[in-house]
Design a binder for this molecule. Sequence first.
Ligand SMILES: Cc1cc2nc3c(=O)[nH]c(=O)nc-3n(C[C@H](O)[C@H](O)[C@H](O)COP(=O)(O)OP(=O)(O)OC[C@H]3O[C@@H](n4cnc5c(N)ncnc54)[C@H](O)[C@@H]3O)c2cc1C
Length: 498
Amino acid sequence: MTAELVWFKRDLRVTDHSPLVAAARRGKVICLYIYEPDLISADDFSKRHLLFINDSLTELDRDLRKLGSRLLIRRGEAVDVISSLQAETGFRCIRAHQETTNALGYQRDRAVKKWAQSAGIDFIEYRQQGVVRAMNGRDGWARQWQGFVTSPLVGRPRQIVDGGAELAGLGVQSPESFALKEDGLISRQTGGESEAITLLNSFLSDRSGDYLQGLSSPLTAWDSCSRLSPYLTYGNISLRTVYQRVSQRKRELQRQRGQRDPWSQSLSNYVERLAWHCHFIQKLEDEPAIEFDNMNPTFNGLRENEFNPVYFEAWAAGQTGYPLIDACMRALQQTGWINFRMRAMLISFASYHLWLHWRQPALHLARLFTDYEPGIHYSQIQMQAGTTGISALRIYSPIKQVLDQDPGGMFIRQWVPELIHVPDDFIAEPHRMPAPIQQQSGCIIEHDYPAPIVDHLSAYRAAQKRMRAANLAAKTSGDSTRVFQRHGSRKNQSRRQI
Ligand SMILES: Cc1cc2nc3c(=O)[nH]c(=O)nc-3n(C[C@H](O)[C@H](O)[C@H](O)COP(=O)(O)OP(=O)(O)OC[C@H]3O[C@@H](n4cnc5c(N)ncnc54)[C@H](O)[C@@H]3O)c2cc1C
């Protein structure tokens, strides 16, 4: 009997991997990963993504070898690699997970399916997210999601019979071999299944106790959030494993401490976010064009012709003159992660204060987020930029956020060292320092640190006026109702996050 092919994409693990378990049960298996130059050279991909993938592949190969197999790594466009492997080995079946990803990945999946069909090869896809394919409207989505995340895990195969032992493969590929540029990353999360489990364990045994109180400030979110996002993006751990472990911990805490225990309430809140993960990806699944186009067409033309490249460069470099914006951008450049509220503030500032169309800022952040997940990313970006027409207008003040989230300026001073000696009273708006204080603190505005590139209050008011008018037009035209019917959450609790 010929081997079956298991094609690993963004599901780099051996546990709860349905295609792998199914193929291992039937006989010999070839486990394949393809480095795809088209995806790697795209403008939403960066060196940090490749490093995370490489960690994950190294561990995946090690785990597969323990089970009797190994990872075959090849490089090229997916149809070319898979069709030439088929010619070498004669496999008749490909098993893989369904993916909701960017347009390039979507086209690649369609091309492979088309090739498989024409070659008479079975191509069997399995769900790994709570995303529903070919959904007709959002009614009943939450029930389907719940059914998926509570369905039994498939464990890991006891043994795999290697169907590709004699095949020539590659080792992990360096960023240089794809001409990926340096991206300023200094400390990073290490990829791989064991790292994902370690993080989940530390979150459940300890860190999640402060989840709700800690998730908004960039000072505390670092430890209070689970930090599982890149592991979910690259499938080092399955979403339903996380869901089931968290639910089990919540029940334990409720038994020990009662139903209203704050820790278990934190975990209930966390579970809601796991639902958001899929709720947002579902939007891209249902409407792939939102990677490029406004979700609500009434907003077309609102910002497109006013893109100011000087503002964009200042924002992207962390040089806006607004300390919390700059600190978040620089933290992101150096670590690959920032918490939800600060991500929202960064996009809000780009979209409202700087009036930049969201597409270039979205690509910039995609390259910086190790956890870049196209479905969540573009849906969140559009929500925060106000182009859905179905969520409340939320313009973050980069000054008030300092008072709320970093009142002593500790986070700001860590990432914007020019401001290290600026007194607390001026940390949100250093340009207001009188000249002698600028001298004393060693921070001369426009010499050591920029003056604000726009005035907060006038930019805020101008954006608010334009957005109110656009939202009214979107409502009147019926476009907002159509967007809600297609993408809006039907659960009250999630409506805040539409
Ligand atoms: C503009 C913008 C862009 C974003 N882009 C991404 C992205 O590319 N990839 C990504 O994984 N998340 C993205 N998010 C959502 C969120 O900020 C991150 O999921 C979260 O900060 C990751 O850290 P964590 O795993 O410690 O989160 P936790 O708070 O521990 O949450 C656990 C998991 O729940 C999911 N989740 C949490 N919050 C959200 C949310 N608001 N929406 C959807 N899912 C959520 C994520 O899968 C996350 O890993 C974005 C948010 C904004 C505002």
